[in-house]
Design a protein around this ligand. Structure first.
Ligand code: GLN
Length: 193
């Protein structure tokens, strides 16, 4: 199994460290020709969704990645990655890859609560640490979407078939369980070890 990490901007190195800890082969996508290499899953890291969205277009990555996700490539978006995958963004006119039936609210916790740490239940895993940094949450999700975690009543993790999103950053904590969950998702889909 090989997992690609979108390495244009934001917290991609931390995801790579998690994948290495799980002994998963990884490589970075920085330009269009990186897509010629085979890969079984993709991580879109936290950062700034507007910047990442713009770079995806400028580098010619937008259309091919959107198509692969629509065709079933397992993808995991954290924070800005969640915003990039959302079909609707409540407080932004622009949408990006727009492959997942969720409505995201950007910077949803306001200034004071911009960044915080908590623990909450993640469906199928249990209680895990969650670090939020100027994070979004999901206001609405379609029936196709499985809600995996809530914090203060807001949806902060969800899955729709091959797509997984978290509003928080598991790559910033010691816990490996969300990355393990994604690796298991890839295994289910690709049958690759
Ligand atoms: N606030 C950022 C955005 O809207 C997301 C923050 C993050 O990824 N940590 O893109």
């Amino acid at each position: 199994m090989r997992v690609a990490v979108l390495a244009l901007q934001g917290a991609f190195i931390e995801h790579e460290q998690k994948l290495s800890q799980l002994k998963v082969q990884l490589f970075e996508i920085r330009q269009r020709r990186d897509l010629d290499k085979p890969f079984d899953g993709l991580i879109i890291p936290g950062g700034e969704s507007t910047v990442q969205g713009k770079l995806l277009h400028e580098l010619g990555l937008f259309e091919p990645l959107k198509k692969r996700i629509e065709d079933g490539l397992p993808v995991y978006g954290t924070c800005a990655g969640l915003i990039l995958l959302a079909k609707k963004i409540e407080n932004d006119e622009r949408v990006h890859l727009a492959t997942m039936d969720i409505t995201a609210v950007r910077n949803a916790y306001g200034r004071q609560l911009g960044s915080f740490h908590t623990e909450a239940e993640f469906k199928g895993i249990g209680l895990i640490p969650m670090t939020f940094i100027r994070a979004p949450y999901m206001k609405e999700v379609s029936e196709e979407v499985d809600v995996l975690a809530r914090v203060n009543g807001h949806i902060v993790a969800a899955r729709q078939k091959n797509q997984l999103v978290t509003a928080f950053h598991p790559e910033l904590n010691d816990d490996l369980s969300v990355h393990q969950y994604f690796v298991d998702m890839i295994r289910e889909t690709s049958g690759r070890e």
